[in-house]
Design a binder for this molecule. Structure first.
Ligand code: 4NP
Length: 153
């Protein structure tokens, strides 16, 4: 059965679209039966393309984010997805605040998949920059997510 993963950040224009694009690429390469989407907790950028800096970094690494549009996470997502992965503690708090009782989705923080990585949260690059470091973290963690999910199937 298809396994569904949603990546979540604040704006759904930097970190989670990058995770969606990378994970889709890895899933296609692996031929895994996994669907991948992303959303933001805020809805501030609904309908917008990913940030130009995220798209440029992704393009440099061979990933295309240009078909993605920002959307806001909804309560229905907790039953549509098997796994919802946030980027930082604030995302997780926002997700827990709207999660319906008895929701199907498991909730994880992305860098929990990289226990040896000293950073525990994916830094928000929107104001700080560092899109290349953020991409490295997300790519490494997505490889670990894929290994974990496929090992369970
Ligand atoms: P993201 O980054 O959560 O990785 O998409 C942000 C994008 C926009 C804003 C903050 C973070 N903002 O304040 O508009």
């Amino acid at each position: 059965m298809t396994y569904r993963i949603q990546f979540v950040c604040l704006g759904n224009i930097c970190r989670s679209p990058t995770a969606e694009g990378v994970m889709r690429g890895l899933v296609t390469q692996a031929g895994a039966d996994i669907e991948v989407e992303s959303a933001g907790t805020s809805g501030w950028h609904n309908g917008k393309l990913p940030d130009a800096r995220s798209m440029a970094e992704a393009k440099r690494r061979g990933y295309d984010l240009s078909s993605q549009r920002s959307s806001q996470v909804s309560q229905a997502d907790f039953d549509r997805f098997d796994l919802i992965i946030g980027m930082d503690h604030s995302n997780m708090a926002n997700l827990r605040a709207i999660a319906p009782c008895g929701a199907k989705a498991e909730m994880k923080m992305l860098l929990d998949y990289l226990p040896e990585q000293p950073l525990r949260e994916v830094p928000d690059p929107y104001y700080e920059d560092g899109f290349d470091q953020v991409f490295d973290l997300i790519e490494a963690a997505c490889r670990a997510v894929l290994a974990d999910v496929t090992a369970k199937e």
